[in-house]
Design a protein around this ligand. Structure first.
Ligand code: NDP
Length: 312
């Protein structure tokens, strides 16, 4: 019997995703599937899911084989005690990953090339400052998953010495890969530019606290497209004011939208971007979702499953 797929996300997402999902279902030989935004829970085989949807209690979805997250971040669903079905997260090389590589590369190059000094700082004065080459600017990426590995590889390709840090030991060609507590200290000690691409879990919350910010080389730049709560906000503001951190480019925040009164908005050494580092792209993401549905129907293992104990 053809599966019933519930699309549980905000209505504006349905507008974006309905056609790409139907196309991908047809391409996968699943044109007979029922794709809906409302269904009796006991009839649903798969839930295409955004954590900000109305579905927060998974108990009635007794037939559901998998919950397929539209987002890479799962911190708002991984700990849901009613979720007993497998949970897959979004890994979308052609869309989400490519977007993140472009955003991270752009912001790293902005700081590496000291572009702000030329865009805003000359004020009519012919003053030459030549930035170093990439090989003289070590970059550290915390998180070597789908996004961190791709960003690290791209930056290494531009000549930056890239160190990556992950929970478990890992090898990524062209990168110095570290793990564990000692690995973190070593990764921070050399980071002239630090990129955060960790998931938010109990272990990573406030990872960049005052002590770890102090371990960075003086004047280091932080680029955070991971999650806001990876950084202790007050410690970051203090480190910026003391010159320990030279600049912070932040795409994600504890509260989003970032409240108008938050000091990050007005701080001269902070760049705020409104959680746009990378978006799930409907055409490619629909194919990722449908590949998992195809697998479920064929009895094959799902891709990109979340380790609920680890929280990501
Ligand atoms: P992955 O799950 O593929 O990778 C996570 C990485 O973090 C892995 O290398 C993992 O280690 C490492 N990690 C997790 N916990 C720890 C820990 N306690 N100590 C050290 N390393 C740890 O995630 P993605 O790369 O796909 O995404 C990363 C995050 O990016 C997402 O969770 C989300 O928060 C954020 N994001 C932000 C977007 C934006 O627009 N701003 C868009 C998309 C994602 P290991 O390899 O050992 O498992």
């Amino acid at each position: 019997m053809a599966p019933t797929i519930l699309f549980a996300a905000l209505p504006e997402r349905w507008v974006q995703y309905e056609a790409p999902l139907r196309t991908a279902l047809a391409e996968a030989g699943l044109a007979g599937a029922t794709l809906v935004t409302e269904a009796a829970p006991e009839t649903v085989d798969y839930i295409v899911y955004a954590p900000n949807s109305d579905v927060q209690d998974f108990t009635p979805y007794t037939r559901c084989k998998a919950v397929l997250n539209l987002w890479a971040g799962v911190e708002n669903v991984a700990q849901n005690p009613t979720l007993t079905q497998p949970l897959a997260r979004m890994v979308d090389a052609a869309g989400l990953t490519q977007g993140m590589v472009e955003w991270v590369t752009g912001h790293v190059l902005r700081h590496h090339l000291e572009m702000d000094a030329h865009i805003h700082g000359l004020n009519g004065e012919w003053r030459k400052t030549v930035p170093p080459l990439s090989r003289e600017r070590p970059v550290t990426i915390l998180g070597l998953g789908a996004l961190g590995s791709a960003c690290g590889t791209a930056l290494a390709g531009l000549g930056f010495p890239v160190t990556g840090w992950s929970r478990r030991p890992k090898k990524v060609p062209g990168l110095r890969c570290l793990s564990g507590a000692d690995g973190l200290d070593a990764a921070l000690a050399e980071a002239r530019i630090l990129v955060l691409l960790l998931p938010l879990t109990d272990e990573t919350e406030n990872l960049m606290n005052a002590d770890r910010l102090a371990r960075l080389p003086r004047g280091a730049v932080i680029v955070n497209p991971g999650r806001g709560a990876l950084i202790d906000d007050d410690a970051l503001l203090a480190a910026l004011d003391q010159g320990q951190i030279g600049h912070a480019t932040l795409d994600v925040f504890r509260t989003e939208p970032l409240p108008p009164e938050h000091p990050f908005w007005a701080h001269p050494q902070v760049t705020v971007t409104p959680h746009i580092a990378s978006e799930t792209r409907p055409d490619s993401a629909a194919r990722v979702i449908v590949e998992n549905i195809r697998r479920g129907e064929a009895g094959e293992p799902f891709l990109h499953l979340v380790d609920r104990d680890a929280g990501y």
